[in-house]
Design a protein around this ligand. Structure first.
Ligand code: SAM
Length: 335
């Protein structure tokens, strides 16, 4: 994906930082990708990292370390397909200087421990860390919907909803940093990118990454296509932080030093003209289909109607509201 391409130079810098120019390097390097998904992109980040290891070692005449790549996602991910991609990935390195590549798949949530203590050298993750571990507890407990069907109530509570989401993200991301800090070797690196938002102003239009989806679902509720009570208990477990928020959480948690945080528009650099509302609608569908079908207990044709509703909203100005940003973070674990 574009996001993965954009992370390339940060991953290369991380490998340079790890291996440097010394005549000795570690015997083995462990690299993990969190939220790898499946299909052609699943090994893109680890592939960049392995190439960077090869380049660094050849350039500085260092002995080649063995490399182990570990692919993580939730247990429901299509790991059979990942296994096939791993086989192709190993083959693609056969024509290089002989480098030993071992691999493993690690099903589980990145909100908890996944790897042995002080075992990893590099952790990568693209477009996954904006997923929360659960819906914001405060909202669920107090039965405050993420998106009230009543316009006035929704406006009145928008600050409260944003705040609850922000606190849930802080809790999850803090936990994430703490567990990853334990799993990395001292001085290990982490390069991650996630959905973010450009503005710190809670009143700004694009307050939530899921706003367009929520308002489309709301539209379907008002037309009687979806059940109102079900909608009022539906929380999209996703939050897009600002770079300022990320900095504060990382500093407060203190396992990592920030090398660099870059914020950019999601579609910049790939020719914005080629992106149509339909493409965005389909991407939103694929990211949220499973949780929507499960929560509303509805049939798959509802998803076609959702796509149409999304296209309608995106075409009538919603596309600009949907424009969030991405943040790419390059971090180094503290010794
Ligand atoms: C948009 S995909 C990104 C896929 C790939 N990294 C890329 O950049 O194309 C997000 C992935 O994060 C995974 N994910 C979400 N929450 C997760 C969690 N708590 N633990 C592990 N993976 C998670 C999803 O299953 C999904 O495969």
């Amino acid at each position: 994906t574009t996001e993965q391409q954009r992370m390339k130079s940060s991953i290369e810098d991380a490998i340079t930082g790890l291996l440097g120019t010394a005549s000795t390097v570690p015997n083995s390097i462990l690299i993990a990708d969190l939220g790898c998904s499946y299909g052609s992109n699943a090994l893109a980040l680890v592939s960049t990292a392995v190439n960077a290891v090869l380049c660094n070692c050849m350039q500085h005449e260092q002995p080649l370390p063995e490399v182990c790549v570990l692919l993580n996602d939730l247990p429901g991910n299509d790991f059979n397909s990942v296994a096939k991609s791993i086989a192709e990935f190993k083959q693609s390195f056969e024509s290089f200087p002989p480098i030993v590549i071992n691999s493993g798949m690690v099903p589980g949530s990145f909100h908890a421990r996944l790897f042995s203590r002080e075992s990893l050298h590099l952790i990568c993750s693209s477009t996954s860390l904006h997923w929360l571990s659960e819906a914001p507890e405060d909202l669920v407990k107090r039965r405050i919907p993420m998106y009230d069907c009543d316009d006035n109530l929704r406006r009145a509570r928008s600050g409260l909803v944003l705040d609850a989401y922000s606190r849930q993200f802080r809790k999850d991301f803090t936990q994430f940093l703490t567990v990853r800090g334990k799993e990395l070797v001292p001085g290990g690196r982490m390069v991650i990118s996630l959905f973010g938002r450009c503005s710190d102003n809670p009143a700004s239009m694009a307050t939530h990454a899921w706003e367009i989806l929520a308002s489309s679902l709301n539209d379907m509720v008002s037309r009687g296509v979806l059940n109102k009570e079900k909608f009022e208990s539906f929380y999209i477990p996703m939050y897009a932080p600002s770079d300022k928020e990320l900095r504060m959480i990382i500093q407060d948690e203190s396992s990592f030093l920030i090398n660099n945080i870059e914020v950019h528009k999601p579609l910049s650099g790939i020719g914005e003209v080629v992106v149509t509302p339909k493409m965005i609608a389909l991407a939103i569908r694929s990211a949220h289909e499973a949780i929507i079908l499960e929560h509303f207990n509805c049939s798959a044709h509802i998803m076609d109607e959702l796509v149409e509703t999304l296209v309608g909203q995106l075409s009538s100005g919603g596309l600009n509201r949907q424009m969030q940003s991405f943040a790419c973070l390059s971090l180094c674990s503290t010794m």
